[in-house]
Design a protein around this ligand. Structure first.
Ligand SMILES: NC(=O)c1ccc[n+]([C@@H]2O[C@H](COP(=O)([O-])OP(=O)(O)OC[C@H]3O[C@@H](n4cnc5c(N)ncnc54)[C@H](O)[C@@H]3O)[C@@H](O)[C@H]2O)c1
Length: 243
């Protein structure tokens, strides 16, 4: 895939999947602005550290990226957090932070990016939702709710903005071997390497996804190879259903 001359903004760029997306986009010739709580040490073309729960920061990010890179062709809403538990085990803070990072931030970034892209004749937005937003998984009520919301928003925006040449699609992974998955195992007292190997046995393909498995789908959706996809939810699950 050739992204020469393309300008991209990637959130959650310091995380497991984010690092892979940024590396692959830059290897394919794109200039990439990276956003995360701390972007120190990342290899990129523009750096935009900040907290996506800061509404001013989130609203301004697409224009800042466009100013820094000389345009904005691609937005990847990848940042996310996972709070575990059923509703009865979830606090107000769990609810507020899940909604702020997984729903409100991508909403604000899309709202700000779409006019920039429309003015330039088009663009591509890729959101990272989850299989656990398309179907309900056990004991992750807020995570599933917020991922269902971003999946729905993707479908709505895919319809509403296709006429402007803007394609909005989402990747919906099942388990991916990243800090998000590993820290969850650590918190529950499991050795992450062993737990991930065991988890891999529950996947028909025989392993959980790597960040590169997901990043490659993101690049496909952002590329001209996906030129007729608008509002698609691409499940990447190695054959494993949610449940
Ligand atoms: N790992 C999985 O199993 C899995 C499965 C399905 C979907 N996903 C989704 O993939 C995306 C990437 O997750 P990952 O697995 O790479 O996780 P990760 O924890 O490695 O990366 C997430 C990144 O988002 C950033 N982030 C979180 N809150 C932020 C905030 N308030 N402001 C700015 N940045 C913030 C973090 O600093 C981190 O670098 C997420 O949206 C996640 O929900 C992950």
């Amino acid at each position: 895939m050739d992204f020469a001359g393309q300008k991209a903004l990637v959130t959650g760029a310091a995380g497991g999947i984010g690092l892979a997306i940024v590396r692959m986009l830059r290897e394919a010739g794109a200039a990439v602005a990276v956003a995360d709580l701390d972007t120190t040490g990342l290899e990129a073309d523009a750096y935009m550290s900040g907290n996506l729960t800061d509404t001013g920061y989130a609203n301004a990010l697409p224009q800042r990226a466009a100013d820094a890179l000389g345009g904005l062709d691609i937005l990847v809403n990848n940042a996310g957090i996972m709070r575990r538990g059923a509703v009865t085990e979830s606090t107000d803070d769990d609810f507020d932070i899940s909604v702020a990072v997984n729903m409100q931030a991508p909403f604000r970034l899309c709202r700000a990016a779409i006019p920039i892209m429309a003015k330039a004749g088009g663009g591509a937005i890729v959101n990272i939702a989850s299989c656990w937003g398309v179907r309900p998984g056990p004991d992750h009520a807020l995570y599933c709710m917020t991922k269902a919301a971003i999946a729905s928003l993707t479908q709505c925006m895919g319809r509403d903005h296709a006429h402007q040449g803007i394609r909005v699609n989402a990747v919906c992974p099942n388990e991916v071997d990243t800090p998000m998955l590993r820290t969850g195992f650590e918190r529950r007292g499991f050795d992450p390497d062993t737990a991930i190997t065991e988890l891999g046995k529950t996947v028909p393909l025989g392993r959980v996804a790597t960040p590169d498995d997901i990043a490659e789908i993101v690049l496909f959706l952002a590329s001209d190879h996906a030129r007729y996809l608008c509002g698609s939810l691409v499940e990447a699950n190695g054959g494993k259903p949610v449940g």
